[in-house]
Design a protein around this ligand. Structure first.
Ligand code: GLY
Length: 351
């Protein structure tokens, strides 16, 4: 029997999108072996965990649910790390990365450097379900999205454009000047407020069938070299799911994650018997150890000059979250309560 589900997506403009063959309508709903549903997300994901749990409690599968959750944040112009309103690359163009992984089929889809489509996670899902491939990038990913009826739009909000302009104006050795009336620091330099981020939301769910899926989506490193792709669309780096074990997602500096494939590593640590919390911390420590090989990644005090965070769940519904720097938080819905939890961290900010 074909199991199709036509969930109404929360993403504006995406309501007509087909949400896949993996979804299980409520008639297929069975309590999980563990009897527990859980959704975890990065600190910007409290709305995502709330929406995803609501859908899972209605009987929808984890993949539908976590994607619908992150669509809220992708579509939000106020979140400058993901989707519409995300900070652009050095040319002022928003380029998005995303991937998803479906535990029950061990299948995955991803897009990299996608322009003009505010919900890249929906395109990633279609790569998984409607091609024989896992990853499409750039113009090819855009043409694929167009073929599936996605609407192209300008993703650069005025707020993000101003941030990018100020970033250009503050760079040394260039011909772009800050506004005359800009606030000045004590050296007379324009004190422009320039947000900087590696961005990203990740969301992982264990549904009522005991199945696990996940999604990661981002506008990536702000003001990046055009074409730069981070960890978020790379299976094993920004996300990994093994339906027999658990799942891990990441936010923060993608380059270190790419070099260690840390989400895969953390799931393997869980397979060996570690709890999600212990596995996340072991993965985080591996990244820090390896970063020491490259002095420019370390500060004078011997601590990393970057941050990275991991979030994980296992088949039993246990969860964990860690960060190099803290205090740090993550969003978690345990089936009863949707709230922020404290993440374990290695170092305090600014020390
Ligand atoms: N983790 C997001 C990025 O580095 O692009």
């Amino acid at each position: 029997m074909k199991r199709r589900n036509f969930l109404k997506s929360t993403a504006a403009g995406a309501a007509s999108l087909w949400l896949g063959t993996s979804a299980k309508a409520s008639s297929f709903f069975k309590p999980s072996a563990a009897g527990k549903m859980v959704v975890i997300s990065s600190s910007n994901g409290l709305r995502a965990t709330g929406r995803a749990m609501e859908l899972m409690q209605q009987g929808h599968d984890a993949l539908d649910s976590v994607i619908a959750g992150v669509n809220i944040v992708e579509s939000d112009p106020n979140d400058m790390t993901v989707g519409y309103g995300g900070l652009p690359n050095e040319d002022g163009v928003v380029q998005l990365d995303s991937c998803c992984m479906h535990g029950p089929t061990h299948n995955a889809g991803a897009v990299g450097a996608l322009e003009g489509i505010k919900n890249p996670s929906l395109v990633a899902r279609l790569v998984m379900e409607r091609t024989d491939h896992v990853l499409l990038v750039g113009q090819g990913a855009l043409r694929f999205a167009r073929a599936h009826g996605f609407k192209e739009e300008n993703l650069l909000t005025d707020k993000a454009r101003r941030a990018w302009l100020h970033w250009k104006e503050k760079r040394k050795d260039n011909d772009w000047f800050p506004p005359e009336d800009a606030d000045r620091d004590k050296n007379g330099k324009a004190a422009l407020d320039i947000p900087f981020t590696y961005g990203t939301i990740t969301c992982l769910g264990l549904d009522g069938n005991g199945d696990i899926s996940g999604v990661t989506t981002t506008s990536g490193l702000s003001y990046k070299i055009p074409g730069r792709v981070g960890d978020s669309p790379i299976i094993g780096a920004g996300l990994y799911v093994d339906n027999e074990v658990g799942a891990c997602g990441s936010t923060g500096r993608g380059e270190e994650n790419l070099k260690n494939l840390t989400c895969h590593l953390i799931v393997e640590f869980m397979r060996q018997g570690m709890s999600p919390q212990k596995a996340c911390m072991a993965g985080l420590k591996r990244v820090v150890e390896k970063a020491k090989y490259m002095p420019r990644l370390m500060k004078d005090n011997g601590r990393p000059a970057f941050n990275i965070r991991y979030y994980a769940i296992n088949k039993a519904g246990e969860f964990g979250g860690v960060s190099i720097y803290g205090p740090a938080e993550y969003a978690l819905h345990d089936g009863k309560e949707n709230k922020m939890r404290k993440a374990e961290y290695l170092y305090e900010w600014k020390k």
